[in-house]
Design a protein around this ligand. Sequence first.
Ligand code: ZN
Length: 109
Amino acid sequence: MNYIELVRGYDDVTLVCPVCSGEYLHQNSVKAFWRDSEDGPANVVTSTTNSVSVLREEDGKIPGRRNCIDIDFWCEAGHNLTMRILQHKGCTYLSWIKIEIEEDLPIEG
Ligand SMILES: [Zn+2]
């Protein structure tokens, strides 16, 4: 993955959209994959505005080898995004795994 500006704004702590660099990102939902052990099964908790679900999932359907958190965002410029925080072999990786651009909306930035 190429370097994408992640933050800016006051004290460089405002998360920005990877498409337009806009600072107006809204958290939409979060999904946490929490394993019993490395490469083990996990509880998968998904929380949205009005609901929460908990499922059991076996290894093979869980990203990485340990825990993982996916956060869905929507950008006021019409971009739908998922940020992933993933632990794999002792390292933690931060990446955008989904970037969708709504049609008929101009890309700003
Ligand atoms: Zn955007």
